[in-house]
Design a protein around this ligand. Structure first.
Ligand SMILES: Cc1ncc(COP(=O)(O)O)c(C=O)c1O
Length: 368
């Protein structure tokens, strides 16, 4: 939000200086943006222009994004690691196309990179990937320390390319705490524990440490992905070279859908969200598993095993879709209820045993 505000103010100042209207700012993003960008647009009265998705392509198309840019565009926001499927958007291509358009039009539309997850992944496992200040139009980058920065929740930051990219008028200077304190925040006081935790992780792990952790996450992601592929039941909609997560959908969801898989997995202690994609891919539902440092290979294998059990169980159940369509007979319903009760009891016992064993062995499951 602070990065967006800086772009808006910079654009307004430029338009004022040129004697042009400055009351209709817009920002261009993919329809896959995280909700913080919608929030920014609404709170700061900036029109959100979203590039729609399409079947099989779930990130912002750089060509379409550049086509949507006009003289009122404060910036194009690209995501390094789409929240929905972890895919890295092509920031380099976006930069190159935008450089061309700026040359033709005389504008200087900049780029922001929302590297909430990818900012702590790409530098360690894809250092050659150009997505950052190596690209001339990238003026600011945000990253969440509490994702792959490996700190507990509540820390993130934004970095500007140059001092001029953050208008001075947005910075307040206070001196009543004994020294000059420049502040550019939406609130004021904030605890420092997360900053200390981040500092600790940086010096404790260093480049090598973060690299090991990220490689490990990627390897465990591949174990999970391959396990899911082996079932033959899923399409994988995430990419191997993005955020280490697996987003997948059922090849055939005509009888049972992803929401049922999600719901049944809860009984095994797994919370795997199912959700629909944004426009124009909202007919696709995916399940998503994000692999973090403490998600070991053992857990990945365990999850595949439990998903297989859920699939097997679903096969034995009548289609919920057809139940809603009222084509199931009352007798079948009664029998299903009795069976379900029995199965639930057995399942609860099984799950308790498995998790107790897992918790007892937990110390042996360390990732790094
Ligand atoms: C791409 C992206 N941007 C921004 C955010 C929000 O970041 P934070 O949780 O640090 O506020 C997220 C979080 O899920 C995200 O995935």
């Amino acid at each position: 939000m602070l990065a967006g505000l800086a772009f808006k103010r910079k654009w307004q100042n430029k338009r004022k200086a040129e004697g042009k209207p400055y009351d209709k700012p817009n920002i261009v993003t993919g329809a896959n943006v995280q909700v913080c960008w919608e929030k920014f647009a609404r709170y700061f009265e900036v029109e959100l222009k979203e590039v729609r998705l399409r079947d099989g392509y779930y990130v912002m198309d750089p060509e379409k994004a550049v086509e949507m840019v006009d003289e009122n565009t404060i910036c194009v926001a690209a995501i390094l690691g789409s929240t929905l499927n972890g895919e890295f958007e092509d920031v380099k291509l976006l930069n190159d196309l935008m450089v061309e358009k700026n040359k033709e039009t005389g504008w200087d539309t900049p780029i922001h990179v929302d590297a909430a997850s990818g900012g702590f992944i790409a530098p360690f496992i894809q250092p050659e990937l150009e997505w950052d200040f190596r690209l001339p139009l990238v003026k600011s980058i945000n990253v969440s320390g509490h994702k792959y920065g490996l700190v507990y929740a509540g820390i993130g930051w934004v970095v500007w390319r140059n001092k001029v990219d953050l208008p001075e008028e947005l910075i307040f200077h206070i001196n009543y705490l004994g020294a000059d304190q420049p502040t550019f925040t939406l609130n004021f006081s904030k605890g420092s524990s997360q900053v200390i935790a981040q500092y600790y992780q940086l010096i404790r792990l260093g480049y090598e440490g973060y690299k090991n952790v990220m490689e490990n996450c990627r390897d465990n992601m591949l174990v999970l992905k391959q396990g899911l592929e082996k079932t033959g039941k899923f399409n994988i909609v995430s990419k191997d070279n993005g955020v280490p997560l697996v987003a997948f959908s059922l090849k055939d969801n005509s009888s049972h859908n992803e929401f049922e898989v999600s719901e049944m997995l809860r009984r095994f202690g797994w919370i795997v969200p199912a959700y629909t994609m944004p426009p124009d891919a909202q007919h696709i539902t995916v399940l998503r598993v994000v692999i973090r440092e403490d998600f070991s290979r053992t857990l990945a294998e365990r999850l595949v095993f439990d998903i297989e059990k859920v699939l097997h169980e679903l096969e034995t159940l009548p289609s919920r879709i057809r139940i809603t369509a009222k084509i199931i007979l009352a007798d079948d319903e009664k029998a299903a209820a009795a069976n379900k009760e029995k199965r639930d009891l057995e399942k609860t016992r099984e799950i308790t045993t498995v998790w107790r064993k897992f918790v007892m062995q937990r110390k042996m499951n360390g990732v790094c």
